[in-house]
Ligand binder design. Structure first.
Ligand code: ATP
Ligand code: MG
Length: 257
């Protein structure tokens, strides 16, 4: 057994007021996909910020010894200035180069390889702003791969993707996990979460952590979503759709609507 990529015990964090998240206790092994499920404001992004070292824990213990790469929640629409797809993938090499060195031939080769890996090699010279949402998401995964970190945090990577793009992204993430990377995937989609190896449910405090059949029971989901949980005819339970305030505004602006 190799050592966990993350181990957290009793973690709490916040922004000065009452903690935004508390009692977070979980671990993530190489090759494992952990789905992070919770309502708007439940603390998914806050948890990622703690793992990335952007927020200091108020209490608890955290061990995350390796490098961590991330695809942030709003990045897909924010990176709308005129850069090529290859440039975006190349950004992944910046934090590994000494400050006086610009990305060179070796870095460009790695960026192209990462684009090939996510199935976008032929779009390397296309403008990032012209890509579809699903393609942009895969470019950002490529950029994370260029960082060559054993752990990837993806904050709502499926939001706004159609079924075909989601399917492609899932296959890509499954492959990365099969190669031994750890993946943490924040989502509002119960089915996406259930497809992960383990699930962490959070609503200001951790509600559950474990394999989906134990961590996504009706009781847990009721505690995670409160009265917002909806009954679906036939298939059981549905979680409420998220409000994607900031992101959609930005995307609509970007498309001149
Ligand atoms: N920069 C900040 N300053 C103060 N409070 C914040 C900040 N960012 C988040 N919060 C608060 O922390 C809580 C958790 O927010 P967070 O963004 O982590 O939730 P989330 O689960 O990612 O939600 P969403 O599904 O909408 O992305 C919320 O109450 C939010 O208002
Ligand atoms: Mg969030």
């Amino acid at each position: 057994m190799s050592a966990p990529l993350v181990e957290a015990a009793g973690l709490a964090a916040g922004y000065g007021g009452p903690p935004a998240i508390a009692e977070v206790t979980f671990s993530l092994d190489p090759g494992e996909r952990v789905g992070v499920l919770g309502p708007n404001g439940g603390g998914k992004t806050t948890l990622f910020r703690v793992l990335l070292g952007e927020l200091r824990p108020l209490s608890g213990e955290l061990r995350a010894p390796g490098r961590i790469a991330t695809v942030a929640q709003t990045e897909r629409s924010r990176l709308d200035f005129p850069v090529s797809t290859l440039d975006v993938a190349l950004m992944g090499s910046l934090d590994r180069l000494p400050w006086w060195r610009r990305p060179g031939r070796a870095e460009r080769r790695r960026a192209r390889e990462a684009l090939e890996l996510v199935g976008l090699g032929r779009l390397a010279d296309a403008s990032f702003g012209e890509l579809s949402g699903g393609q942009r998401q895969r470019v950002l995964v490529a950029r994370a791969l260029v960082q060559d970190a054993p752990l990837l945090l993806l904050d709502e990577p499926y939001s706004g993707l159609d079924a075909a793009s989601s399917e492609r992204l899932t296959r890509l993430l499954d492959r990365l996990a099969a190669e031994g990377r750890g993946l943490m995937i924040a989502t509002h989609d119960l089915e996406q979460a259930r497809a992960c190896d383990r699930v962490l449910c959070i609503n200001r405090r951790q509600i559950s952590f474990g394999p989906p059949e134990l961590a996504c029971t009706r009781k847990v989901l009721e505690r995670t979503y409160g009265g917002e949980l909806v009954e679906l005819p036939g298939s059981g339970l549905g979680v409420p759709p998220p409000h994607h305030h900031h992101r959609h505004e930005a995307e609509e602006e970007a498309h001149g609507r």
